[in-house]
Structures are given as structure tokens and as C-alpha cells.
Write a protein that binds this ligand. Structure first.
Ligand code: ZN
Length: 404
């Protein structure tokens, strides 16, 4: 989607500048906090001190115990909330259809999706629980059937499978999800929506097929944003035994946790992305330098504490040498910019304003979720947003700058 190296460099620089400023303040705070709590006042924190002191500061500042929030997120309620949100945004109906299709494990759930004329438009499997003995870790979505018209002219509806690895139920408790697991489910469902709500009948370009790598995380990260929407989250989160709603204070903590030390973490991602991009594209302007020296040169603007001499990070940056991300590490940030910018259209309309949200949701469905790989992703994005993507919404979501 990016098209040119310069477009990527420009986007990364737009994020780098505010991240660097925010990270400087965060590091100063962290040093002060460490000095107050027993770290030698004559020394500044070293790279290997940062995680430890960050976690202590996070604990003191946010006092957030994610494990203690699990009872507010039983799977059944989370699904109800997720489906309710999609019904509102995209004018569809998700209906449980267990038993209608064979499954590979008794935990696997099966659902149908109907449009507003009550026609079945898609189906999906959800395999939610971890089974370490037979299932690899992580979460993923993929396709069983693509939208297609067969040789007799029959419509084939798309079928997806979503796989997660969340905590299984026990004898007397349902599956109680961590907030991270909730976000993961929303993420995978976002991929699923692009596959299932496609209107393209050519399987090669339907749904997630033929969508450029740097645009494919747009619907998934877009859906994650709704986990931080107060109305959506408080509507989902009810204690599984008492029905008590999640306290607003806990909601605020989850939001604060999202942006905690975000300057430092974003800067780290940008350091990786810029290093990867330049090593694969711009060696001529670094003619006299070897790869490690190039990385150290980039580090001047992308790290606050220069890498120590013994730091041979490139040797273990396997993403870009063996992981298939060569020159593509930037795609994480690129897609985050797209998803934040898409979500900001809903924010601008006012998340409380149901009619506007429905209208924008319909537009999102008819462009981003429908058109798949049938048009260049920038064109699809512009059809939805009415303009090219901007970095401001992501900068605001990450708490790197006051909102505009
Ligand atoms: Zn994804």
C-alpha cells in the first residue's frame, strides 16, 4: 500500500518526533522514580534497568490488577457484546448454529451471519480455548471457504475460522477472559469480518485475499479500538456471578495502561522499523558503514540511551532476516495509523451518537470490509475516509500529544 520508500519514511518520521519528546519525559520520570526508591542517585538508568523500573512505576501509578478483572469478562458476555456491536455497526445478525457443521473438537462453536433481509451471508467457527497438548499458542483467523459462484451458478458463502488460546472453563466457572484476551478476540473477529462481509465474488480478490500486507491489519486493529470505547466495554463487562458492572475506575485504569510509557515503546518500534527499512533500501547513503554502524547511526534519533558496544541486536532481529518481514517491519505502524484514523471518524461523529455511528459503520462495511483486494487499499481507504490517512489520530490514541 505504501508504494514508495519515501512514504514510509515520512510516516515513520511523523510518529518519531512526538514519540521522542514523550519518551524523554518518560525516562526523566522513570529516573526520578528509581532514585526515590533506592536506585543510586549518582547513576542514570541503564538499558537493562528500564523494564524493571517501568513495571514498578506502572504498579504504583495505575494499581491495575488485570487478573482480578477476569470475572467481568466471561466468554459468553464478551461474545454477546462483540456481536451486538457488529449488529449495530454493520447491520448484520450473528446467530449461534452449533451442530449445523461438523467440528474438530467439542469446544468449537459455530455461527451464521445474516444480513438485514435475513439471508445467510457467511458462517464461522470459533475455537476459543487453549489446549496446550494439541494446539499451538497464539491467535489467528483464516478461511475455510471463499465467497464464490460455483460452476452451476450457486452462491458459495464465505466461511472463516477464528482460533484463540484463552483460559478454558473449569468445573464451576465459565471461561473468564483477561482484558488482553478480549482484545485478541476483537482483533481476530476484525479479520473475520473482512473475510465474511466481502461482496466480491472472485475468490482471488474476495475478503482478505489480495489485500496488501501493510493494509491487512486495518479491520483487526480497528475492532480492538472498540475495547476502549467506554459504552461498548461497560456494556460487556459484568461480573459473572453478581452481574455487577465494571467500575468506571477500572475502565480508566485500562485506558491509562494503554498509553503508559507509550513514547518509549513506540520509539523502540520505530527504531526497528527504520533500521529494517534502511538496511534493505538505502545502503548507498551509508557507503562507508557496515550494518551495525548504520543501526547505531539510526539509534541517535530513535533511542534515548545509545546501544552499548556489546549490543548485537541485529544478530537476533530475526523478523527481518528469517521471519519474512524484510523491509516490511514498518507495516505494524502503518496499519496502526490506518486503523486509528478509521476509528477517529467514529470519534469525530461522537461515540454516543447512535445514528451517526450506524451511518459511518455502514460506510466502513461497504468499503473496507466489502471490497477486499478488488481495488488498491489506498483507494478503498479514501472511499471510506474521504481523504488520505493521517497520523494525528494514532499520535493522540497513544497519548503522545494533546488531542487536536
Ligand atoms: Zn492480525
Amino acid at each position: 500500500m505504501a508504494g514508495k520508500i519515501n512514504s514510509v519514511e515520512k510516516l515513520l518520521e511523523e510518529l518519531r518526533e512526538p514519540s521522542f519528546k514523550a519518551a524523554e519525559l518518560e525516562l526523566e520520570n522513570l529516573n526520578n522514580f528509581a532514585h526515590k526508591n533506592g536506585f543510586n542517585v549518582n547513576n542514570q538508568l541503564k538499558p537493562w534497568d528500564i523494564s524493571y523500573w517501568s513495571e514498578l512505576l506502572r504498579k504504583e501509578k495505575l494499581n491495575l490488577d488485570q487478573e482480578a478483572l477476569r470475572p467481568w469478562f466471561p466468554l459468553e458476555d464478551v461474545l454477546k457484546g462483540l456481536f451486538g456491536l457488529c449488529e449495530k455497526l454493520f447491520d448484520i445478525k450473528v446467530v449461534e448454529a452449533n451442530g449445523e457443521a461438523p467440528v474438530w473438537n467439542e469446544d468449537v462453536l459455530f455461527f451464521n451471519i445474516f444480513n438485514n433481509s435475513n439471508n445467510k451471508i457467511a458462517s464461522f467457527y470459533l475455537d476459543p480455548f487453549s489446549r496446550p497438548e494439541s494446539k499451538r499458542g497464539g491467535a489467528w483467523m483464516d478461511e475455510c471457504l471463499n465467497k464464490n459462484i460455483d460452476s452451476e451458478g450457486n452462491q458459495i458463502v464465505p466461511v472463516a475460522y477464528l482460533v484463540c488460546n484463552q483460559t478454558p472453563p473449569s468445573k464451576n466457572k465459565p471461561s473468564l477472559m483477561s482484558f488482553d484476551e478480549v482484545q485478541t478476540l476483537f482483533h481476530e473477529f476484525g479479520h473475520g469480518l473482512q473475510h465474511m462481509l466481502t461482496t466480491i465474488d472472485l475468490p482471488q480478490a474476495a475478503g482478505i485475499n489480495n489485500v496488501e500486507w501493510d493494509a491487512v491489519e486495518l479491520p483487526s486493529q480497528f475492532m480492538e479500538n472498540w475495547c476502549f470505547d467506554k459504552k461498548t466495554l461497560l456494556n460487556i463487562a459484568k461480573h459473572y456471578e453478581t452481574g455487577e458492572k465494571l467500575h468506571e475506575e477500572d475502565y480508566e485504569k485500562l485506558c491509562a495502561n494503554r498509553t503508559f510509557n507509550c513514547g518509549m515503546s513506540t520509539l523502540r518500534q520505530l527504531h526497528f522499523a527504520i533500521t529494517d527499512l534502511r538496511l534493505h533500501s538505502n545502503l548507498t547513503s551509508y557507503q562507508e558503514l557496515n550494518s551495525d554502524e548504520i543501526r547505531r547511526d539510526i539509534a541517535k534519533n530513535t533511542t534515548l540511551i545509545p546501544p552499548i558496544n556489546e549490543d548485537k541486536f541485529l544478530c537476533c532481529f530475526s523478523h527481518i532476516f528469517a521471519g519474512g518481514y524484510s523491509a516490511g517491519y514498518y507495516s505494524y505502524k502503518w496499519a496502526e495509523v490506518l486503523s486509528a484514523d478509521a476509528f477517529s471518524m467514529f470519534e469525530e461523529a461522537g461515540l454516543e451518537n447512535d445514528q451517526e455511528i450506524k451511518d459511518i459503520g455502514k460506510n466502513f462495511k461497504e468499503t473496507i470490509l466489502s471490497l477486499g483486494g478488488s481495488l488498491p487499499p489506498l483507494e478503498i481507504f479514501k472511499l471510506f475516509r474521504g481523504r488520505e490517512p493521517k497520523t494525528d489520530p494514532l499520535i493522540r490514541h497513544l497519548g503522545l500529544k494533546a488531542s487536536k
